[in-house]
Write a protein that binds this ligand. Structure first.
Ligand code: CAA
Ligand code: FAD
Length: 380
């Protein structure tokens, strides 16, 4: 494994860093406060190629590798995790899923617009009674010859109201269990497709999260991705890569909070010296820096595995588990280092602490990552 970044990697990282500083930082506190979707910012991210980074240029994407994606995700997440979750879902779940398993017609019709950010997508697996236990799908897609009839409810869908295209996982044949599940491309505006109210959340408050209701929605058969019964495998394979995106989101949130805490500790004085010169604070910074570096290596290893076409189920799950739990520890310490100032919004770290929490929950909770990891190590 080569630990050196290429010139192109450095250029992408620096471009993302500059964009985050100039375009995302202004207004990030207000957007969080008002739960305002970063519409203009996401539009610019699309124009700059951040929404379809790994997609083949012939479909409008950037043709970049996963390492570039991790670097950009970290930089965007350092400043605004509500923007980076949109980026993660669009890149690693929606675009990747359609590009890898979709038909040429599906790619021409949907991927070309998703990769440029002209439209954004959503990935709809979770249900009121099927979160971690994802094979327990209650949403049904009944085969009617040339179309499916879709009924059911999806919960917690990121980009719920702002997406135009939804990858919906649903049960076609209950008898076949997870082998009877399909994934359908559903368009906003299809008759019978309704949106639930926006969730009022602890963190990533700029991201819009909704439940979706489907009542007798007629979905043409050409909108199914893959063979009949491929839906659950599709979800698992897609999520394996998605977890690298969320791991780098957690890494970014933690490194953003760490950088603020480091700077603050060198400025704030107590008992006649900078607080960084009190060993209790210096040791916190040492732990934070070490854990962030460890998470960065895990994220890069998972990205490298993906780029080498090696299996990344295990490395992606390890990266997500470690980075998410680490982000929670580091952001709590960043608030602590700021003292009372850390508890108010204008110092950013309290938002980062709230944003970090979701990385332990979505795209498979930390407990689910341990299931994936333990099954893998026990099998070996
Ligand atoms: N690749 C390919 N196939 C896979 C796979 C993978 N990584 N993981 C599992 N499968 C296959 C299995 O091989 C099995 O198929 P066969 O019977 O043909 O071998 C099938 O899927 C079922 O697998 P399991 O028996 O292991 O299923 P399980 O019920 O024990 O559950 C689980 C496994 C890992 C816990 C899974 O249910 C899971 O990942 N749950 C978490 C769901 C999740 O991550 N949701 C995220 C929603 S999206 C989101 O959250 C987006 C966002 O926030 C921004
Ligand atoms: P549950 O599965 O009910 O879990 C509850 C608790 O039990 C957790 O701690 C869990 O780890 C634990 N648990 C469950 N099973 C086990 C077990 N076997 N062993 C040990 N512990 C276990 N989903 C989508 O499909 N698309 C999205 O875009 C999306 N975006 C989201 C955005 C937000 C803001 C949120 C909050 C959620 C989002 N989700 C999305 C849903 C998310 O993936 C689920 O919330 C998550 O998978 C957990 O499912 P659950 O909430 O039903 O919790």
């Amino acid at each position: 494994m080569d630990f050196n970044l290429t010139e192109e990697h450095i250029m992408i990282r620096d471009a993302a860093r500059e964009f985050a500083k100039t375009e995302l930082l202004p207004g990030v506190i207000e957007r969080d406060d008002k739960q305002e979707f970063p519409k203009e910012q996401i539009k610019k991210m699309g124009e700059l190629g951040f929404l379809g980074m790994m997609v083949d240029p012939k479909y409008g994407g950037g043709g970049m590798d996963t390492i570039s994606y991790v670097l950009a995700m970290e930089e965007i997440s350092k400043v605004d995790a509500s923007c980076s979750v949109v980026m993660s879902v669009n890149n690693s779940l929606v675009c990747w899923g359609i590009e890898t398993y979709g038909t040429e017609e599906q790619k021409q019709k949907y991927l070309t617009k998703l990769a440029t950010g002209e439209i954004i997508g959503a990935f709809c697996l979770s249900e009121p009674e099927a979160g971690s236990d994802a094979t327990s799908q209650k949403t049904t897609a009944i085969d009617q010859g040339d179309h499916y009839i879709l009924n059911g409810t999806k919960n917690w869908i990121t980009n719920g109201s702002t997406a135009s295209v939804y990858l919906v996982i649903a049960q076609t044949d209950v008898e076949k269990g997870h082998k009877g599940i399909n994934v359908l491309i559903v368009e906003k505006g299809m008759p019978g497709f309704e949106l639930g109210p926006k969730e009022n959340k602890l963190g990533i408050r700029g991201s819009d999260t909704h439940s979706l209701m489907f009542t007798n929605v007629k979905v043409p058969k050409e909108n199914r991705i893959g063979e009949d019964g491929f839906g659950f495998k599709f979800a698992m394979k897609t999520l394996a890569g998605g977890r690298i995106g969320i791991a780098s989101q957690a890494l970014g949130i933690a490194s953003g909070a760490y950088e603020l805490a480091l700077q603050y500790s060198k400025e704030r004085k107590a008992f006649g010296k900078e607080i960084s010169r009190h060993q209790a604070i210096a040791f916190k910074l040492a732990d934070m820096a070490t854990e962030i570096e460890a998470a960065r290596h895990l994220c890069m290893k998972a990205a490298w595995d993906k780029d080498q076409h090696a299996n990344y189920d295990l490395s992606g799950a390890m990266a997500k588990l470690y980075a998410a739990d680490m982000a929670m520890r580091v952001t709590v310490e960043a608030v602590q280092i700021h003292g009372g100032y850390g508890f108010v919004k204008e110092y950013h770290v309290e938002r980062m602490m709230r944003d970090a929490k979701i990385t332990q929950i979505y795209e498979g909770t930390s407990e689910i990552q341990k299931i994936v990891i333990s099954r893998s190590v026990l099998k070996d």
